[in-house]
Design a protein around this ligand. Structure first.
Ligand code: ZN
Length: 324
């Protein structure tokens, strides 16, 4: 082809509309309706890499957003990171895995011990190996004695009938799981949303499942959080330079968007801590501070109205030294 013709052809290619379906801009929100999704689109399974999937189902409650799990298929089994809040919802996850692979679920990593991620655990096969941080183990043991879960639906009743098996594997800092066909590491990046927060890292694929350490466009929920440690845990997650970060609530994003959203969440958490700190330093009594707090752009994030006051109280506790 003469050079001129080649140039014309190249230019024509440049101006051609994309052959693939037009790329829609993803709305940055945890609200499924604002993303143009319907209730009937859930629960849903999303393939994020070879043998790696996320599963998203709705969190119970007035505001619609998803609770997100990850599962990894290796040579002779499946590892699941977090469950859903009720046995029926977690059975949905188990069934979704069975549609993709006949391999058995062998590991369940409890990344968040809260009821909306553990309340359905009795729907997992009885012989799975649980992996848990000692602080989460203590929280779960306490709760099953009390007959409910610490936070989130449905907890009471459902969790009471499930007890963490005594042979659960404890992860204090870092544990590589020895499985064939995939490198899987369970990491504790520091106390964050629950205190016993675990994450699952796939170093070959550079995928990090952060569970509730990363709430994607959901207001920083602090009922049992460690605000300043949480910020450091997010710094460690960012420093790992993963290609994909998966949240425990909110949507599974593409890799590049997930990095931006992780940074956006860190910024939100820092802003919430800063606003509560400002009120504390101005000696505003906590009951007044919960009404005075100005969340700025974060006031529109999912759960802001219910979680804002809880965050103020938690930051006050930390600043006064009541939170150890
Ligand atoms: Zn939680």
């Amino acid at each position: 082809m003469p050079r001129f013709a080649a140039l014309v052809a190249a230019l024509a290619l440049l101006t051609l509309p994309a052959a693939a379906p037009a790329q829609t801009t993803v709305v940055r929100t945890a609200d499924p309706a604002k993303r143009g999704l319907k209730e009937s689109d859930f629960p849903r399974t999303t393939k994020v890499a070879d043998n790696v999937y996320t599963y998203e189902d709705f969190h119970a409650g007035p505001e619609k957003f998803t609770t997100t799990n990850m599962f990894v298929i290796y040579d002779d089994g499946v590892l699941v990171a977090d469950g859903q809040g009720t046995p029926a919802a977690t059975k949905g996850l188990v069934d979704a895995i069975a549609k993709i692979t006949p391999k058995p679920i062998k590991y369940v990593v409890i990344c968040s011990d809260h009821g909306d991620h553990t309340g359905g655990n009795k729907a997992f096969p009885p012989d799975v190996k649980y992996v848990v941080h000692p602080l989460s183990k203590a929280a779960l043991d306490r709760e099953s004695e009390r007959g409910g879960a610490a936070e989130g639906p449905p907890a009471r009743g459902a969790a009471a009938r499930w007890r963490l098996p005594i042979d659960a594997e404890l992860v204090f800092a870092r544990k590589p799981l020895v499985v064939r066909g995939e490198d899987i590491q369970v990491l504790f990046l520091g106390r964050a949303h629950t205190g016993g927060d675990l994450t699952v890292y796939l170093p070959r694929k550079k995928i990090l499942f952060l569970s509730e350490t990363f709430l994607n466009r959901v207001f920083p929920a602090m009922r049992s959080a460690y605000p300043s440690d949480w910020l450091k845990a997010l710094d460690r997650a960012e420093a790992m330079k993963a290609d994909l970060y998966i949240p425990g609530h909110g949507f599974t994003e593409s890799g590049p968007v997930s990095k931006e959203e992780l940074a956006a969440f860190r910024k939100a958490l820092a802003a919430v801590v800063a606003e509560a700190t400002r009120l504390y330093k101005a000696r505003v009594p906590v009951d007044e501070a919960v009404k005075k707090a100005n969340w700025g752009e974060y006031a529109s994030w999912t759960l802001a109205s219910s979680q804002g006051p809880i965050a103020v109280r938690r930051v006050y506790e930390e600043l006064s030294g009541a939170l150890k």
